[in-house]
Design a protein around this ligand. Structure first.
Ligand code: GLN
Length: 493
């Protein structure tokens, strides 16, 4: 046995640091290799695609590291459906992009591959799909895939001055996407203009495709049925005339940077000039959404990440723990395999799911999630096709704090218009220097409500005058109103 253990240890030592890490030259691509697969049929227009490294690719680049030391040499035996679908539409995968480990973060700094930054001026690229956003902003690829659990596509898009789209939950297949928090995870797209995203999702029909290998993928019949009552699925131009846009008053928070607020108000003014109707609306649960998100997401993550133990998944710890009992092996592998932020989430999640904390945290957060969804349903003109008929739990405890009937202005709007993030991209050195954990969580305050409700949202760049920099303007739509949302986003950008 001892000899076998020694041999094992040696094998682990040999595969310690994969050479691709040393070869890495730019921080937003993890691997960048020519794609040898398959020749594109003449009738398809080829386009280049970068893939966030928590989405599996089978051909070159073959590894899927999730920016985690645990998966440094993980080769997936299958490719994500979304990658295959895009290849079928003419995509040539040119590389895998850097991210916060397993998608957990807001600045793409928690990565085994080093932090991502926008090369120009060293601003934070946002996270967790920062590598994808930088690749698009630099013009290195036409389109990039990201994942958006609580803003990870929209926030980097906003910081990098590009477009980021998070679809309705259950629209784009998540098969082959490494889960972070299943009830929130979506695959999103990043491009310079809305047109390219609209092309693949609406005109080329990705929205229609159910994937039987993804249990959260909406059924084919339901997709069609819901879309029937909705505009935009024909790919036609969407008129701004008569579209009602709601400005949520609760998003005008104290922490909102002046330039971002001005740009938001100006954008609303310009849209009014073009025939849209702009009205204030109230989404009172917004201020609780962030806390609910940071209970629910880590709880689901702690359960998802349990499989990384060095036995079932992930690199096994080197050194003496091999010889010890199972528990030590697990602990040592997890201790070495996960980065600091991921460990923090696992601890948070394990705590809020523990018997003494469950009622006060996890169940409360689920209640807030329902309220967030109700807030949205109350202001949108369209009904939520997934709406539950009755509430199944007691909200009485919360109703004192959250007035139920304080809708401002006329109720019915088509879309909500708000900033994507409260500030412009901070300098990376400030983020890595003094900022605390909670500061990073704060960036997600405008992004998580749509995630909790499963709604489609898109961030389009808007110029902040005086600063000559871009901020993100976010449009949020009712569930499965994606086609019209992208149509309006294209019209205003
Ligand atoms: N910043 C958020 C988090 O850390 C969102 C991440 C994401 O959408 N993947 O959880």
């Amino acid at each position: 046995t001892r000899r076998r253990l020694q041999a094992l240890r040696l094998r682990h030592a040999q595969r310690s640091i994969p050479s691709r890490y040393q070869r890495r030259q730019i921080n937003h691509f993890i691997s960048k290799e020519a794609d040898p697969v398959p020749p594109i049929p003449a009738q398809r227009t080829p386009f280049t695609l970068a893939v966030k490294d928590n989405i599996t690719t089978k051909f070159s680049p073959a590894t899927t590291t999730c920016a985690s030391p645990f998966l440094a040499d993980y080769n997936s035996p299958f490719e994500a459906t979304i990658v295959q679908q895009l290849r079928d539409l003419g995509a040539v995968v040119t590389g895998k992009t850097n991210l916060d480990e397993f998608g957990m973060g807001s600045h793409s700094v928690h990565s085994a591959h080093g932090a991502v930054s926008q090369e120009k001026d060293g601003y934070s690229a946002g996270g967790s799909s920062g590598g994808s956003a930088v690749a698009v902003a630099n013009g290195e690829v036409d389109l990039a895939l990201g994942t958006d659990t609580g803003g990870s596509v929209r926030l980097p898009a906003a910081y990098c001055g590009v477009v980021g789209y998070k679809p309705s939950y259950g629209m784009l297949s998540r098969f082959g996407v490494v889960p972070y928090a299943n009830s929130l995870d979506t695959v999103g797209l990043i491009a310079k203009g809305v047109g390219r995203i609209r092309e693949v999702v609406v005109r080329r029909g990705l929205w229609e495709v159910e994937d039987g290998r993804d249990p959260t993928s909406l059924g084919r019949k339901a997709r069609r049925r819901i879309a029937q009552g909705r505009e935009g699925y024909g790919g036609e131009d969407v008129e701004l005339e008569g579209v009602r846009l709601g400005l949520p008053v609760e998003y005008n928070i104290e922490e909102l940077e002046g330039g971002v607020r001005d740009a938001w108000v100006k954008a609303a003014g310009r849209l009014e000039e073009r025939g849209a109707k702009v009205v204030p609306v109230s989404l009172p649960t917004t201020r609780h959404a962030l806390s609910a998100y940071y209970v629910i997401a880590p709880a689901e993550a702690s359960s998802n990440l349990a499989k990384y133990d060095g036995v079932r998944y992930g690199r096994r710890s080197e050194g003496e723990s091999d010889a010890a009992e199972g528990g030590v092996l697990y602990a040592a592998s997890r201790g070495q395999g996960f980065g600091e932020e991921v460990k923090r989430r696992i601890l948070l999640g394990s705590y809020t799911l523990s018997s003494e904390a469950m009622d006060n945290y996890f169940l409360k957060a689920q209640a807030v999630r329902r309220l967030v969804r109700r807030d949205f349903d109350r202001v949108f003109r369209l009904e939520n096709p997934l709406q539950d008929e009755q509430e199944t739990f007691d909200l009485s405890e919360m109703s004192e704090e959250i007035p139920m009937e304080n809708k401002l202005g006329p109720a019915e709007v088509d879309f909500l218009l708000c900033p994507t993030a409260p500030t412009l991209a901070p300098k990376l050195e400030d983020v890595m220097g003094g900022q605390g954990v909670l500061d990073a969580y704060m960036n997600d305050v405008f992004a998580v409500p749509a995630s909790l409700a499963g709604l489609p949202a898109v961030s389009v760049p808007m110029l902040v005058e005086g600063e000559e920099r871009m901020a993100g303007l976010q449009l949020i739509g009712q569930y499965w109103d994606d086609a019209r949302l992208l149509g309006v986003a294209e019209a205003i950008s």
